[in-house]
Structures are given as structure tokens and as C-alpha cells.
Write a protein that binds this ligand. Structure first.
Ligand code: SF4
Ligand code: SF4
Length: 319
């Protein structure tokens, strides 16, 4: 059975569909959706019409809600979980921009003063300021930007959790001549998804820590799939960029850059892969990490940069 048929994706809502049991040509039974028009919707936290930090050139960037990692240093922790409509933020909103309607929290953007009180008060690491979009609606949002952008990047949260939606969106983007990139934590097995990689020009992959224990300490998840993806994507020319956030004392940044360099060195002779080294900064980070983590010095960042350069990354960017 193909990947798509074998995965349940409860975070995607399909309208106008109902489950149907089909017999396959191998005599097995499987659950599929009836052949009626399917409309995928995904919760979007933010759409940037112009971004120069989410891949090369000027790009539109879509940030999905929901992530399967829980990084201690997450700068947007309100994108991790889906809103449960508990209603707490409705009570604290000073602008009356939030209401509960039929048990669902509703956000009125035109009333919102962007004070961020809702996301600071949310105990669930969610945000009420998301909108459900179809892929077509996102393309309509960015249509007027088409003459000025060269591509579309999907990020998050974790964009691969919206895999089916991303395939649909990227098909539409490619029809408009846009290049397509994913900014991913690497938890998804890209090696089993030819359909996705056929419409995705490249993955900007976070390697947050090379050491397994460090990775678990930071994210709550193993780094095994992340490293497998790095090698697989490099092997098929779809590794656009590696990203590592440097957090002295908490993570071994230099060691991660070194090990990543060793792992990818065979591919770096044949193709261009960028390494983005990102300085940890406390903005948006949750307490208590905000108070315990330290930003790296210029010298510490420079050492990471030199290590990456020594392995032949086509470009090493420090931000
Ligand atoms: S954003 Fe958070 S506080 Fe507000 S309704 Fe959703 S879960 Fe509750
Ligand atoms: S940011 Fe949140 S709390 Fe502040 S006005 Fe907007 S919806 Fe209300």
C-alpha cells in the first residue's frame, strides 16, 4: 500500500467526504475516501507575503499551526498545539476580538490590536489567531505578489504534518512558476514520499543536535529520522539548507556542525548546500528556558561558521 493510503492524518479536515471501505486488487480491504470532490483545509498561523529569510530570494511563506516537537528554545511556542477552544483567552482579550461561538473560539482580525495577551495566557501552547485555508485560498492570498516573488516556502509549526495539503498547495504554486521549499524539523520520512518530493524543490532541514540525548533533551524526540533525512535528501539533490541553533552550554553547537559536516561531506563536493547557523535569542521563548539559556558570543558563532566552511558547504550564513 502506498504511503498516502497507509497514513491517517487527523489534523487535516476533509469536507464533502465520507469514509468508504474499498476492495483493492489484491483482495485486501482498506479505508479510502469516496470519489467526491475533496477540499483539504489546514490551520494557518501566518502568511508572509514577502520574506527574505525563508529561503533564497523574495518568497511568500506560509506558517502552519501545529508541531510534533517541543523545543525548549522555541521562539513561537504558540504554534505548537491546536486550539482546544477552552475559552480562556476570550476572557482576557482587551479588544473583544475573541468570542466563543458554538463551542469554537472565533478571532476577528479587524478588532485585534495584536497585544499578544491571548498567546501569553494560553496554557496549551496554542493560538486563537489562526485561520483555516484551502490551498486555493492561499494562492489567491499571494496572487498579487506573484510578479515580486520567486517562490513559496511552507513552515510552521511543522509543515510536514500537513503533508497532503502541502502537495496540493505546491502543485498550485508550481503551476504559477514558483519554486517550492519546506522548512522542516525532519521528523517526517521523506524517503517514502516520492509524490511530495516531486513537487517540492528542496527541504530546509533543522538539525538541532547531532547527539541523541541532546536532541531528546531539546525536542522530546529522537534525531534518528532527522539524520536519515539529511542523507536521503542530499542524495537526491533536495537538501536546500541545514539549520542549527547555537545555544552554548545547553547544546554542543560546534560538535553538531562538525558531525553534520562529516556526514554530508561526500555530497558537498557535488552540490550546493547552505548551512545556516542561528544564534539563540530569548525573544518569545518560554519561561523558564528564557531565563536559563544563553545567547552565543560572536566568537562562538564564528567557530561554528569556520567548521561548516571547512567541510565545503556552498554558503555559510550566520544570523
Ligand atoms: S488559544 Fe489557548 S486559551 Fe485560547 S481558546 Fe485556544 S486553547 Fe484556550
Ligand atoms: S492579540 Fe489576542 S488578546 Fe490581543 S487583541 Fe488580539 S486576539 Fe485579543
Amino acid at each position: 500500500m502506498g504511503l498516502r493510503g497507509s497514513k491517517e492524518r487527523p489534523y487535516l479536515r476533509k469536507e464533502g467526504t465520507k469514509p468508504l471501505t474499498l476492495n483493492t486488487d489484491k483482495g485486501m480491504q482498506r479505508t479510502e475516501m469516496a470519489e467526491r470532490p475533496k477540499v483539504l483545509r489546514a490551520a494557518v498561523n501566518k502568511i508572509l507575503h514577502h520574506s527574505v529569510v525563508d529561503g533564497p530570494g523574495n518568497r511568500a511563506a506560509v506558517f502552519f499551526q501545529g508541531c510534533n516537537f517541543h523545543c525548549a528554545y522555541c521562539h513561537n511556542p504558540e504554534t505548537i498545539a491546536m486550539c482546544t477552544s477552552c475559552g480562556h483567552c476570550v476572557e482576557v482579550c482587551p479588544a473583544g476580538a475573541l468570542t466563543l461561538q458554538n463551542g469554537k473560539v472565533r478571532w476577528q482580525q479587524e478588532l485585534c490590536c495584536e497585544c499578544d495577551r491571548c498567546i501569553h495566557e494560553c496554557a496549551h501552547l496554542a493560538s486563537p489567531r489562526t485561520k483555516d485555508y484551502t490551498a486555493g485560498e492561499i494562492m489567491e492570498e499571494i496572487r498579487k505578489d506573484l510578479p515580486f516573488i520567486r517562490g513559496l516556502t511552507v513552515s510552521g509549526g511543522e509543515c510536514s504534518m500537513q503533508r497532503d495539503f502541502v502537495v496540493e498547495l505546491f502543485r498550485l504554486a508550481k503551476a504559477e512558476g514558483l519554486s517550492t521549499l519546506m522548512d522542516s524539523n525532519g521528523s517526517y520520512d521523506y524517503s517514502k514520499d516520492e509524490e511530495l518530493l516531486a513537487v517540492c524543490d528542496g527541504v530546509m532541514l533543522d538539525i538541532k543536535a547531532f547527539d541523541e540525548e541532546e536532541h531528546k533533551k531539546l525536542t522530546g524526540q529522537s534525531r534518528e529520522m532527522v539524520l536519515k533525512n539529511a542523507v536521503y535528501l542530499a542524495g537526491c539533490g533536495k537538501l536546500e539548507e541545514i539549520r542549527t541553533v547555537v545555544v552554548p552550554e545547553f547544546l554542543s553547537g560546534e560538535e553538531t556542525v562538525e558531525k553534520v559536516g562529516q556526514m554530508l561531506e561526500p555530497y558537498l563536493k557535488e552540490q550546493k548546500i547552505r548551512y545556516k547557523i542561528i544564534a539563540y535569542r530569548p525573544f518569545g521563548v518560554r519561561v523558564p528556558y528564557k531565563e536559563t539559556l544563553r545567547s552565543p558570543s560572536a566568537e562562538e558563532l564564528e567557530r561554528c561558521k569556520e567548521i561548516a566552511k571547512s567541510y565545503g558547504f556552498s554558503e555559510v550564513v550566520v544570523i
